[in-house]
Design a protein. Structure first.
Length: 260
């Protein structure tokens, strides 16, 4: 689709692959390109789930491009829009489709921050994550200090951010950074297989469930319940839900598996 981002559709799953040799550093220009890709896919009714992965062996997104960061620090111009980091990650959170970071290697700094903005995270056995910014005298600048504590709790997030240490795949699952660890061999195919139970469900229901969870986490409990109720009613009064519920009811009557 672009210079660094390729898009492949597998049924109702869109796989977005980042390839920027030699080590998949995320430049401002590459992030600006991702923003455009996400905007297009968000409006694509044929896509129910979106996957981000790396196209270079051993790398998801290594980290933000240090050349870009150095230029910013010196007040020099850079290619691409630095604010695209914030807009693209916000899109990963807010676009209708559940978004999945398929971490097939190094995901440090900005690479990890991209994954925190996704709905789900799956990692290959050789994958590793971390927020090492303090090592070079800065802090996470694309949401790491805000999203990570909300994901794994303030104490664990503080330890990772303040130490800058790297976390391997098994520990990442143990502490809640990722949902699943999958084999390196055929990793993307395994991710697609893992997502099949999700991607086959009605797209409006997936979108509404994601919206209720993402936006609800930023609200009071009462406000979140109100949002959930509103989305429930909108779906319940739609023709697709009524038809599917009628089928499920008939399956119960006939003793057939209904999926409910």
């Amino acid at each position: 689709m672009g210079e660094w981002w390729g898009v492949e559709k597998r049924d109702r799953i869109a796989v977005c692959t980042f390839t920027r040799p030699p080590r998949n550093f995320m430049s401002f220009a590459a992030m600006s390109e991702l923003e455009k890709v996400l905007e297009e896919l968000a409006a694509d009714e044929s896509v129910s789930v979106l996957v981000l992965t790396g196209g270079i062996e051993g790398y998801f997104v290594a980290h933000a491009d240090l050349d870009d960061l150095t230029k910013i620090g010196r007040g020099q111009p850079v290619e691409g829009d630095p604010l695209s980091w914030f807009r693209a990650l916000a899109l990963l959170e807010s676009m209708p489709q559940p978004t999945v970071a398929a971490i097939n290697g190094q995901a440090h700094g900005g690479g990890s921050e991209i994954s925190w903005a996704c709905t789900l995270r799956v990692i290959a056995g050789s994958g590793h994550m971390g927020q090492p910014e303090v090592v070079v005298g800065i802090i996470p600048g694309a949401g790491g200090t805000q999203r990570l504590p909300r994901l794994i709790g303030a104490g664990r997030a503080a330890e990772l951010i303040l130490s800058g240490r790297v976390v391997g795949a098994e520990e990442a699952k143990q502490i809640g950074l990722v949902n699943e660890v999958l084999p390196d061999h055929g990793f993307v195919d395994r991710v697609i297989e893992w997502l099949q139970p999700m991607s086959g469900h009605p797209r409006p229901a997936l979108a509404a469930a994601k919206k209720a969870m993402v936006e609800g986490m930023r609200m009071s409990f009462t406000e979140g319940m109100r949002l959930e109720g509103q989305l429930f009613v909108e779906l319940q009064t739609g023709a697709e839900a009524v038809e599917l519920e009628e089928r499920a009811l008939e399956a119960y009557r006939t003793g057939q598996p209904s999926g409910l």
